[in-house]
Design a protein around this ligand. Structure first.
Ligand code: PFF
Length: 456
């Protein structure tokens, strides 16, 4: 018999899980990464493929991850080992957990640097620096920040300290309350930004760019664009590294996994689309480039805040809430490794969080230096920050996703997944999920990989 609770605590209710998992999913990935990746990959066709990836790969894998987590009730490493051994499979399935820890540390190292930009922008907005600026003015503010390693280090350090603080206390108690208030607030603010963009920006051009699939634009960088869309789906939904698995391990056995996942994935997708709708109209109205890259929202939004009524106030609120959304995601990136250190090394939560936090902090220094002092150092034409971003979202997370899909679809007893998904007496969605998890999800990931390396 597997345990029905986790030693690390449990969510107080089903709603608490939804808030925490949505907090993990919604973050910089939606508001910073989605628009710039869409812009780099040509717009509408990317968005369409992204949506297909969320539905056909992301949702079934998220269901599988929550299910495996709830079944195992331990850190992803121990969960995978225990579940594999119970099925008579090889304990090497725990490799999935190790890969996840690597991915989590790498993601958090650059994630924290970008969250640092966000914190810095709270003060830029508050001090009125955006008033009346145009595209080039916005660019000057941004470059001044990224060229300054000390400033970047300070913000990166502050953000990591905030993350370690919550993880050290235990996420089930630390996270819930904040996520209930601040996430809806971010959502409201995003809607206000879309309304503003609809009036002041070139809304027609923005809409057309996001929702008119132009497969010629896509085929210009086809291999990468497909891979980028799939990678973005994994990144945005927090899949493939055990973050959602460990949040599932704190979920009560009664809660319905399918319904919860549908809600979480739905909100995550809506937030990404809203971010696109807030940003691209401003991009087109101000002569900015959609393919600007990771700086896109930091160049675009200040122009909007600089023109709109109460722009300073909205700017402060927006960047503050974005930093908060990043924070609730960052916590989930650290939780799997902390849970492992507590379970297997006997560390206290405080010690485990500090140790993992320091490792991420050091990696983050390499990321922030890649923006200035080390900008000459590149691998595959990418600096360290971009490389970590690409390697995790486009390689490690989808690889983890294949392993999760194969384990849940082929190794785990059908009876177990039926019971966990509440389909013991038949349910329409179960055969659909099973088909997606056994065939569609793993095959799609493999095909996209093959396509990206030019084999098909
Ligand atoms: N989903 C988060 C975002 O969109 O910002 C980032 C993330 C969190 C990725 C947790 C992966 C993860 F495991």
């Amino acid at each position: 018999m597997m345990s029905t609770t986790s030693m690390h605590g449990m969510w107080s209710s089903r709603l608490a899980f939804i808030f925490a998992a949505t907090g993990s999913a919604v973050g910089l990935g939606n508001i910073w990464r989605f628009p710039y990746t869409a812009g780099e990959s040509g717009g509408g066709a990317f968005v369409l493929i992204y949506l297909l990836c969320v539905a056909a790969i992301g949702v079934p894998i998220m269901i599988a991850e929550v299910m495996l987590g709830r079944r195992g009730r331990q850190s992803p490493i121990n969960t995978m080992r225990a579940l594999a051994v119970r099925q008579g499979a090889h304990p090497a399935w725990q490799l999935l957990g190790w890969m996840g820890i690597l991915a989590g540390l790498l993601i958090l190292s650059f994630y924290s640097v970008i969250a640092g930009w966000t914190l810095a922008y709270v003060f830029r907005a508050g001090s009125g620096q955006f008033a009346g600026i145009d595209g080039p003015g916005s660019e000057a503010i941004f470059s001044a920040l990224t060229a300054d390693p000390e400033r970047l280090l300070a913000w990166h350090s502050i953000f990591m300290a905030l993350v370690v603080m919550i993880v050290a206390r235990g996420v089930a108690s630390g996270l819930e309350l904040a996520a209930r208030v601040l996430m809806p607030a971010l959502f409201v603010l995003l809607v206000i930004m879309v309304i503003y963009a609809a009036q002041a920006g070139d809304f027609g051009a923005g809409l057309g760019y996001l929702f008119t699939p132009d497969f010629d634009a896509l085929s210009a960088h086809a291999g990468d664009a497909l891979l980028n869309a799939m990678g973005q789906a994994f990144f945005s939904l927090s899949l493939g590294m055990g973050a959602i698995m460990i949040y599932g391990s704190y979920l009560s056995s009664q809660a319905s996994i399918g319904t919860n996942v549908a809600i979480i994935a739905g909100i995550d997708t809506l937030v990404a689309l809203l971010a696109g709708l807030a940003i691209f109209p401003i991009v087109f109205a101000n002569g900015l480039e959609p393919s600007e890259g990771p700086s896109l929202i930091f160049l675009t939004l200040p122009v909007a805040f600089g023109q709109m009524p109460f722009g300073a106030l909205f700017g402060v609120l927006f960047f503050l809430l974005l930093a908060f959304a990043a924070w609730t995601s960052a916590i989930s990136l650290l939780e799997p490794v902390v849970a492992y250190l507590v379970e297997n090394k006997g560390f206290s939560r405080v010690r485990a969080s500090l140790l993992a936090g320091v490792a991420v902090w050091l990696l983050g220094i390499a990321c922030l230096l890649s923006l200035n002092e080390w900008s000459g150092f590149t691998l595959f034409e990418m600096g360290i920050l971009d490389l970590f971003d690409y390697l995790t979202a486009n390689v490690l997370l989808p690889l983890g996703g294949i392993l999760i899909a194969v384990f849940a679809g082929w190794i785990l007893d059908e009876e177990v997944s039926r019971t966990e998904l509440g389909a013991s007496n038949g349910a329409w969605f179960y055969p659909l999920w099973r088909g997606l998890i056994r065939w569609v999800a793993p095959l799609c990931v493999i095909l996209v990989f093959l396509n990206a390396i030019g084999l098909i």
